[in-house]
Write a protein that binds this ligand. Structure first.
Ligand SMILES: NC(=O)c1ccc[n+]([C@@H]2O[C@H](COP(=O)([O-])OP(=O)(O)OC[C@H]3O[C@@H](n4cnc5c(N)ncnc54)[C@H](O)[C@@H]3O)[C@@H](O)[C@H]2O)c1
Length: 419
């Protein structure tokens, strides 16, 4: 079995992590049990370009239990858990091509290895694998039944491809399912971003002035958690509706130009580019901390920061680089501007990935069943799958809810009833 991981000796540690995460993924585990019997993906080659974490190991195990031949590669050069990668190869027989800290060439070689597997279904977190199938590796595109996209930025890229008329195969916007972004982006990124910042800096959150750039799903979750921990939270936005929402949720809302002067800690969660840039760095206080939790490392203009610096001290702490500006002030950049929750912490907690990956697993089954009718467009996840995942999750949490009575069903469906 071909693979490329950092160190096979880490496998036993990785296995413990995978099984620990599995304890908190009851919905996915129940789907895995059913898949073992029914084999809905029998014989299908699947390539998944995802963050190689303990939770991802459990979706990979689920796809394998469904009969698929699964290969994994990383969706970010810094997010791979090397022990998990080793265990997937050794203990679960799943080839992995991913090494934490890999350079750009190795990162793309690994995606290429996943395409060499001749997948008929692909999984992406940020659309890098699909992008390869539309550029350098187009020959593999004709085989694809459908591709699943896990994150907001990936969906944005794929919808742009669809609009240009160049999308070659169906894509499922898994991120856009309520059973994904309402929980994963809000509570998962919210909590794990705080976790990554604390692990990197060991800072006390209470009393800090924290600037959250972006008040979408991830930004809301992050701002909410920081407020709960006693921070004074400032939100920057470009969308007037989100800005009002942030204001009515009790946050200070202002442009980055103003926030830059006040903040102790800045976190970008926008999916946009150069959200914190030269003019902002110049206004920041001495020892301001800057981090990103959006998908790509372009949200903070790092080249501009480098130009402003007279000296850079790398690794003053794990995941912390110190930029000493010409004005004498120090700015600390975390995790080279890459996803802080995955680079410095462990990514989303398993309990929330349970819902995201259960959605992915049921969707994979669905696309195999409906392969013939799918067209090369971006699809939403059917509401039936979202409801199923949420129902199973509630059950696993021991929560039951009310059911509509027949009278209520009639009332809600009839136009005349409301008058
Ligand atoms: N760290 C993680 O593990 C993780 C998990 C899920 C999503 N993501 C990524 O996080 C990013 C945000 O995802 P989301 O689901 O919250 O998206 P979203 O679309 O719900 O929210 C993004 C928000 O950023 C705002 N924004 C855009 N440009 C801005 C700017 N220049 N200044 C201030 N605000 C700006 C938008 O108006 C929007 O409200 C994406 O890149 C997504 O892929 C990361």
């Amino acid at each position: 079995m071909k693979h490329d991981v950092a160190d096979m000796k880490l496998a036993s540690q990785g296995k413990k992590r995978i099984l620990w995460a599995d304890n908190d993924m009851p919905v996915l585990a129940s789907i895995r049990e059913r898949f073992k019997k029914q084999k809905p993906l029998a014989g299908k080659n699947v390539s998944a370009c995802l963050h190689i974490t303990a939770e991802t190991a459990n979706i990979a195990r689920t796809l394998k239990a469904a009969g698929a031949n699964v290969v994994l590669c990383a969706s970010n050069p810094l997010s791979t858990q090397d022990d998990v990668a080793a265990s997937l190869v050794k203990d679960f027989g799943i080839p992995v091509f991913a090494i934490c800290g890999e350079n750009r060439k190795t990162y793309y070689d690994h995606i290429s290895a996943a395409i060499d597997h001749k997948p008929v279904i692909t999984f992406d977190d940020g659309a890098d694998l699909v992008t390869e199938l539309h550029t350098r590796r187009q020959k593999g595109a004709h085989r694809i039944i459908a591709s699943m996209e896990e994150t907001t930025t990936g969906v944005i890229r794929l919808r742009a491809l669809e609009r240009s008329g160049k999308l070659k195969f169906p894509v499922i916007a898994v991120n856009d399912a309520a059973s994904k972004h309402l929980f994963d982006n809000r509570y998962g990124t919210g909590q794990s971003t705080v976790d990554g910042i604390i692990r990197a800096t060991d800072y006390l959150v209470a009393g800090k002035k924290i600037v959250a750039a972006g008040y979408g799903w991830c930004g809301r979750g992050f701002a909410m958690r920081c407020k709960g921990m006693g921070a004074i939270v400032i939100v920057t936005e470009v969308d007037p509706i989100k800005a009002i929402e942030a204001a009515m949720d009790g946050f200070d809302v202002m442009p980055m130009q103003e926030a830059a002067k006040i903040g102790d800690l800045f976190v970008t969660l926008t999916g946009d580019k150069n959200v914190i840039r030269r003019e902002h760095f110049r206004l920041m206080k001495d020892r301001a901390v800057v981090a990103n939790s959006g998908h790509f490392n372009v949200e903070i203009d790092i080249p501009a920061l480098r130009k402003l610096a007279k000296k850079v001290n790398r690794g003053v702490r794990n995941h912390v680089d110190e930029y000493i500006l010409k004005n004498g002030r120090r700015i600390y950049l975390l995790a080279e501007g890459r996803l802080i929750n995955l680079a410095a912490a462990e990514g989303h907690p398993a309990s929330v990935m349970d819902m995201s990956f259960a959605t992915q697993a049921l969707e994979a089954e669905y696309i195999v069943r409906h392969a013939r009718s799918l067209k090369p467009v971006v699809y939403d996840v059917p509401i039936g799958i979202e409801n199923k995942v949420c129902t199973l999750k509630l059950k696993s949490m021991g929560i039951s809810i009310d059911k509509l009575t027949p009278e209520q069903i009639r009332y809600l469906a009839a136009f005349g009833e409301g008058t």
